[in-house]
Design a binder for this molecule. Structure first.
Ligand code: CP3
Length: 338
């Protein structure tokens, strides 16, 4: 971990997705997004699509964080033009009492089957990243029943029934440990925990309701598999104030969103963890020359030495011109190479 490399490695959150015409074609072949996730061959195909076009240094499993609540019986569905929704959101003590911790082998075999097939198809070209949502981020979708601006229902539960919220987060943390370990055994060589909504919490609530559970997950993960260490990346969007605490969880790398100055982030965590990030995905809408300037500025900000994985500060959006992605990936390699 943090080993020296010839040039800064780069991948993109949501690198397989709607900005690619070939992704949209395969999704319509599958029918809808969840059918695509559940079809091993097609999930493998879209995972590899960005690698056919660009010199990406990693593949990320094509799936979703909401597979866990779906497997818990909440009934995930996507309506066109809107985000994810659940038929049966979790609202009461009885709802939470009835949730079963997932058993990945039994409940989510399509995810590990995809990992196995992708590893075989990658044939050592680049490493494969597995992933999961954080318990808090999963809980927001499960309680709200959909995406939310203010997390009104989830925060009401957090402040009025904290013990109930902890019961839910505990079941989710145990599920995530099982899920990520199953991905590791199936062949994922790195895992990332997406805490997309941790940054919506207060300082104290973040430690108690999000970070504590991610720490528990890190402690429960397989550390070595197949003769190698398995690094864990923690990404809390809006988590810039808490980098030191995140680095203390025992994870190996912190994902940074674009609000952070990567130079300051590095001063704060030192050599304890690697850093991943952190170009604003909106930069990809600008002209190639601007994209190149922004890439160079982040590389300069990180400075010399190992321990940087280039990425966006959050997922790429569907409106981006695929040619601009090529400019981005090539710029990282061009400016960081010896
Ligand atoms: O990064 C990758 O390429 C791997 C695949 C991946 C997807 N979702 C595919 C996807 C990953 C890692 C995710 C994670 C995910 N899913 C997160 C955490 C990361 C983040 O972006 O913050 C969250 C919050 C979700 C939940 C989710 N799934 C939402 C909110 C949506 C709707 C997004 C939208 O823009 O409409 C999804 C659907 C989804 N997941 C799509 C993709 C490619 C788009 C579905 C489609 O093809 O129509």
């Amino acid at each position: 971990m943090r080993q020296p490399v010839d040039r800064t490695p780069v991948w993109m959150m949501r690198q397989a997705g709607r900005y690619l015409p070939e992704y949209r074609a395969v999704r319509s072949q599958a029918g809808d997004f969840m059918s695509l996730c559940k079809n091993t061959e097609l999930a493998c195909e879209v995972t590899l699509q960005p690698l056919e076009r660009y010199e990406m240094d990693a593949a990320i499993l094509f799936s979703d964080i909401l597979t866990i609540p779906d497997a818990m019986g909440l009934g995930l569905y996507f309506e066109t033009g809107e985000g994810p929704k659940f038929h049966k959101p979790v609202r009461t003590a009885a709802d939470i009492e009835n949730l079963q911790v997932i058993n990945t082998a039994k409940d989510l075999p399509y995810v590990t089957d995809a990992v196995t097939m992708i590893r075989r198809e990658l044939n050592g070209r680049v490493p494969l990243i597995g992933f999961s949502g954080s318990p808090w981020t999963l809980a927001t979708y499960m309680i709200e029943g959909q995406s939310s601006r203010d997390f009104a229902r989830a925060k009401t539960m957090l402040y009025t029934q904290p013990a109930l919220m902890h019961q839910l987060l505990d079941k989710l943390a145990l599920s995530v440990i099982d899920y990520l370990n199953a991905q590791i055994i199936a062949g994922a060589q790195v895992v990332q925990i997406f805490d997309t909504w941790g940054g919506a919490l207060s300082h104290a609530a973040y430690q108690e309701f999000s970070l504590a559970y991610m720490q528990k997950i890190v402690a429960g993960l397989i550390r070595h598999h197949d003769g190698r260490d398995v690094p864990v990346i923690l990404f809390t969007k809006g988590g810039g104030l808490w980098l030191e605490a995140m680095a203390d969880t025992g994870c190996h790398c912190l994902g940074l969103d674009w609000t952070m100055d990567i130079a300051r982030a590095r001063e704060r965590v030192g050599d304890k963890v690697a850093l991943q990030g952190n170009m604003d995905p909106a930069v990809l809408r600008a002209d190639p020359a601007v994209i190149e300037q922004q890439v160079a500025a982040i590389l300069r900000g990180f400075g010399q030495g190992s321990g940087h994985i280039f990425n966006l500060g959050h997922g790429i959006t569907p409106d981006i011109d695929p040619e601009h992605v090529k400019v981005f990936i090539d710029a990282v390699h061009k400016f960081s190479g010896k």
